[in-house]
Design a protein around this ligand. Structure first.
Ligand SMILES: *Cc1c(COP(=O)(O)O)cnc(C)c1O
Length: 387
């Protein structure tokens, strides 16, 4: 039934449209049929089909698609990015184990670690640097996992995937990356040896700000282990939403390419404006990790941040935008902007924000697919309201 296209046969652009698709043998329709059944005929073998076992036809088809895009062997689809994150960590850690994480992680992930891990007796170290040396000095005898996010949120720091992999492999440590910000179009960490790739599919994979989902991509062996835990936690996604997500992903390549283009143009434009103090975008030559980004990314992504100069009021700037939406979340086809201090990182203390390089004048922008000139005009008109 499945028609998995391998990397050898086709390119990413084609895989976005076709990888994993189900063939409608009954009616000859050109899209994957949707199977909503929660009950399937007993098939006499071990693996019976059931939504919470992550093995209904649509779940398997979408898992194939995402695994193909990430060059992984297989995948599991979840009901949210956090379900994917919590399951990937808890399936690989037990009481007494230790995990090393970077400081500037997605807020929900940080919160999960800090609130839940002490209950299970799992040790953790947050590190503020982003070089593999910074990770190396934290390694203990009981370190089982290194967990990273690159580019990071909201300062767009880049971590060297190859050296993190070398470090981890030499110490028998499992590597997990949250690849949400890059998307499979811009970065494929498995090619650098990273063991487990996570996506909040709520972001680029869905891409229209109307789906909540998550995914884990890895080897067959790793996924088998994660699955044993996942079916107990029960974070599967409804087949209807699985089907919608497959539809959304057909345009993933086109969307992300255009978001990359817009983000680069906006970053270049902002860098030369006097009411901007600093621009954070890995595609700029001024970014401290620009060369590394060029080495390990195929595109620089649709996310950028910038610091408004002190004479501009950040909240007024956001509320003065007329086209760009001052909303939470990211990666939709519409351009959005937020103040990390007032929204995504508001739960951190001033000191914690400072340690992560987040200041009160910072704006994080998620580039959409609109016309660049219109986006630029909108930013300028909002600034003009204050100058
Ligand atoms: C949104 C997000 C998550 C969490 O995903 P949900 O789908 O909201 O659970 C995890 N990591 C990153 C980088 C995100 O942006």
């Amino acid at each position: 039934m499945d028609r998995k296209l391998t990397k050898k046969k086709t390119n990413l652009k084609t895989q976005c449209v076709h990888a994993g698709e189900l063939i409608d043998k009954v009616n000859g329709g050109s899209i994957s049929p949707l199977y909503m059944a929660t009950s399937y005929k007993f098939n006499g073998v071990k693996e019976n089909q059931y939504p919470r076992y992550f093995n209904t036809p649509n779940q398997k088809a979408l898992a194939d698609k995402i695994a193909t895009l990430e060059n992984g062997e297989t995948a599991i689809i979840f009901s949210s990015g956090m379900a994917a994150i919590s399951t990937s960590l808890l399936s690989n850690l037990k009481s007494g184990d230790h995990v090393i994480l970077q400081n500037d992680l997605y807020g929900g992930t940080r919160n999960f670690i800090k609130k839940e891990f002490p209950k299970f007796g799992i040790e953790f170290s947050f590190i503020s640097g982003n070089s593999s040396k910074d990770f190396e000095i934290e390694i203990r005898k009981n370190t089982k996992v290194i967990y990273i996010e690159t580019p990071s949120n909201p300062t767009l720091k880049i971590i060297d995937l190859e050296s993190i992999n070398d470090l981890a492999k030499s110490s028998n440590i499992i590597t997990i990356i949250d690849n949400t910000f890059a998307s499979p179009v811009n970065q494929n960490p498995i090619e650098f040896g990273i063991d487990i790739v996570i996506h909040s599919a709520t972001k680029y994979l869905g891409g229209h700000s109307d789906i909540s989902a998550g995914a884990i991509v890895s080897s067959e062996a790793m996924i088998r282990n994660i699955f044993t835990c996942a079916k107990n936690f029960g974070g599967n996604l409804s087949d209807y939403t699985v089907w919608l997500l497959e539809r959304s992903m057909k345009t993933l390549y086109l969307r992300v390419k255009e978001q990359n283009n817009n983000a680069l143009k906006i970053a270049n434009f902002l860098e030369n404006e006097m009411w901007i103090d600093k621009v954070y975008y890995p595609g700029l030559a001024s970014h401290p990790n620009h060369e590394l980004a060029k080495k390990q990314m195929k595109g620089f992504g649709g996310m950028l941040s910038f610091d408004l100069s002190p004479k501009i009021d950040c909240k007024k700037f956001l509320l003065g935008l007329e086209l760009i939406k001052p909303t939470m979340s990211l990666a939709g086809i519409e351009t959005t902007a937020l103040s990390p201090k007032l929204t995504s990182h508001s739960l951190l203390t001033n000191k914690e924000r400072f340690e992560q390089g987040i200041n009160d004048q910072m704006v994080r922008l998620s580039a959409g697919i609109e016309d660049y000139e219109d986006l630029k005009d909108d930013i300028i008109q909002s600034i003009k309201k204050q100058t």
